[in-house]
Design a protein around this ligand. Sequence first.
Ligand code: ZN
Length: 361
Amino acid sequence: MSSTTAGSFSSTSTAAAKNDEAETLRRNRILSSKLYFDVPPSKVPLIYSPSYDIAFLGIEKLHPFDSSKWGRICQFLIVAGLLEKKRIVEPLESTKDDLLVVHPESYLNSLKSSSNVAIIVEVPPVAVLPNCVVQQKVLSPFRKQVGGTILAAKLAKERGWAINVGGGFHHCSAAKGGGFCAYADISLCIHFAFARLNISRVMIIDLDAHQGNGHELDFSSDRRVYILDMYNPHIYPFDYEARRYIDQQIEVPTGTLTSDYLSKLDEALEVASRNFSPELIVYNAGTDILDGDPLGRLKISPEGIATRDEKVFSFARERSIPLVMLTSGGYMKSSARVIADSIINLSKKSFIDLQSSPGKI
Ligand SMILES: [Zn+2]
């Protein structure tokens, strides 16, 4: 009997040692990453790169996703006279070492198969493309957006807020991609913030129409992360395991109208503020809740989306919590306009400032 005890003790300590080793490796990878670079005061905390946009031989048209929406959002802001191109922050592409902070090597290797990537991005013809093409035209834009999400937390800490005009791949966990999400940018962003920003409590406010099963699985037992997820339970991904890890679950069924949606959000934010005191908020601001979106199946008006975003920014500002906003899902051609209008509204109401130099929240 004593030998069994000794045996289990030694296997426990071996597991603990392995865990420590993995933590040290993760930390070293984060500390040696180049993704956190210094952004000069002449730039505003709005992050985008032309290489976010996926456009390749028309395959982008095979997915209901408007794969140039990120660039169109910025274009709308520039045309509105709100943003100057030279003030946009361009992130670096996340490297393999950056991605290994969260993803196992086996997962990254699985992306060397074009058919696996085709399943993740839901574009079957991608399966027949040479993998080097898939890497360059499909995965590289995603990796750039991941770099943007990670950098956004640093900028939010410095400036009070940051918007990555992209990212929000909330269906991808460390071990598995899906639903157009190949990399777990939210999990990566939070691990970088833990190690580099002296932050130990993060709230994810996930208001995309879909359940954010990726970050839920990744932070299942991590008490440093509080997850508020408001989603339509009648659509993808039906991840019942991941639902167990949501701290605050608000189901908005198919057909939910704007007024109902916004009052549920008010209530949810109220409860969240009583339950948890974050040092950083990651806001996954998917616009597939928009009325007419074939995938989200909710009936929220464009004005409702602007009000929703305003409520989250107001929640963060009242409590002086740095806020990262990610654009996430939004599958109609009109999404870019709606997101741009919401950003314009945030600026008009002085929640953000895209014109003057930093220091203002
Ligand atoms: Zn979605």
